[in-house]
Design a protein around this ligand. Structure first.
Ligand code: TXA
Ligand code: MG
Length: 354
């Protein structure tokens, strides 16, 4: 059953006392802790099994609070906040000294986000503190888009779970770093390159992180270095991410689908196929596999919303492989492609011989 607003008050008290609370956002569920409490922040790393060098996103109730954690907000960042906050956007800004080093993994920047989900907002208003919230999953796994996915990943590690039903976006926020008049997309999400350009036509956007078939490695568009620390630009890039237990193979056009299954004897591996609705009735979609489970999507937004739930379902069903359609890059498609590429262990692993 979904949580009531009364429960956000209880959850806020748990956060203020140093506890961990799983809560819904419009992107994915987060594992929240008081960002100003180093012990609570350390527990987040322990409960997730997260490498200490991967910094956290700090969540705030409204754009007016960004100055609590950021030392400086450039005019372009102010404009981005005015256009896209609250929403599925994260901005990387110079960090204030009061923020524990574990939050930023020692970088001189902090990632900040103002979620639009009403329960997240109510929680942040009630607690009136900056709240770190990585996705509420064990490190390396796909992010949870329902409270049950979070619970089956983290068990009784957190002190409290808030249920907001399924997440509307389904993929993690767009992470942006701004340098003068240039915007670097460090992690693609629901707010796309064209969304930014249509609202802020005078800026330059670098979207190099998204996979485009040329072997891009993910969230590693290239802004200038983080400064004197010499630390890497988008630390999460190095780590295993978004991976279900099944192996993920990617395809673009239906004839490639059959080629992903090796020739020979009938295949016994339990297989999940993710495909556009329109392709599912095509006569050439015929796999020589005993057990096929087909999941279809009606739009790329629908794909984004369901991707991680399908990954979780595949694991529950004991599927050994997922043959996932690699959608066009427009809009949130760039983010779907990014997560698929990473979950398959590299840039377009199944597309190598095209
Ligand atoms: O949608 C979201 O952003 C969700 C919800 C819960 O808000 N949170 C989320 O957090 O996805 P997490 O921890 O799973 O991902 C944070 C990403 C990582 O890729 C991390 O490397 C990057 O943000 N990040 C954090 N601080 C950074 C910084 N100072 N500079 C560059 N990248 C940073
Ligand atoms: Mg995560």
């Amino acid at each position: 059953m979904q949580s009531s607003y009364a429960e956000t008050g209880q959850a806020a008290r748990i956060l203020a006392d140093g506890g961990l609370v799983v809560f819904p956002t419009e992107t994915v569920y987060g594992l929240g802790a008081n960002a100003l409490d180093p012990q609570a922040v350390n527990r987040v790393f322990v409960v997730k099994g997260r490498p200490q060098d991967n910094p956290l996103i700090v969540h705030l109730a409204d754009p007016g609070q960004v100055g609590r954690v950021a030392a400086e907000i450039s005019p372009l960042c102010q404009r981005l906040l005015a256009e896209f906050a609250p929403g599925p956007l994260t901005l990387v800004l110079p960090v204030r000294d009061e923020i524990p080093r574990s939050v930023t993994a020692g970088l001189d920047t902090v990632a900040v986000r103002i979620p639009g989900h009403p329960i997240a907002h109510a929680l942040l208003v009630a607690v009136d503190l900056p709240v770190v919230a990585p996705s509420a999953n064990r490190s390396g796994e796909p992010s949870p888009t329902t409270v049950d996915m979070a619970r089956s990943s983290l068990g009784d590690g957190p002190d409290f779970y808030l249920d907001g039903g399924p997440c509307e976006v389904g993929l993690e926020s767009t992470v942006l770093r701004v340098v003068e008049n240039e915007v670097f997309i460090l992690r693609p999400g629901a707010i796309s390159e064209s969304d930014i350009l249509s609202r802020l036509p005078d800026v330059t956007v670098h979207a190099g992180g998204a996979v485009n078939g040329s072997g891009g490695a993910g969230h590693d568009s290239r802004p200038p270095s983080n400064g004197a620390t010499g630390a890497v630009r988008s630390p999460g890039v190095r780590h295993r991410h978004y991976q279900p237990r099944a192996k993920v193979l990617l395809w673009e056009r239906t004839p490639e689908l059959a080629r992903l299954i090796p020739d020979g004897e009938r295949d016994r591996e339990r297989t999940v196929v993710i495909m556009p609705d329109a392709a599912s009735s095509r006569p050439d979609v015929h796999l020589h596999v005993d057990e096929v489970i087909v999941r279809t999507y009606t739009s790329v937004e629908d794909y984004a919303r369901n991707l991680y739930a399908w990954f979780a379902e595949s694991d529950r069903l004991g599927a050994e492989r997922i043959l996932a359609h690699f959608p066009a890059a427009a809009g949130i498609g760039a983010a779907v492609r990014d997560r698929l590429s990473r979950s398959s262990g590299g840039a377009g692993a199944g597309l190598r011989d095209r």
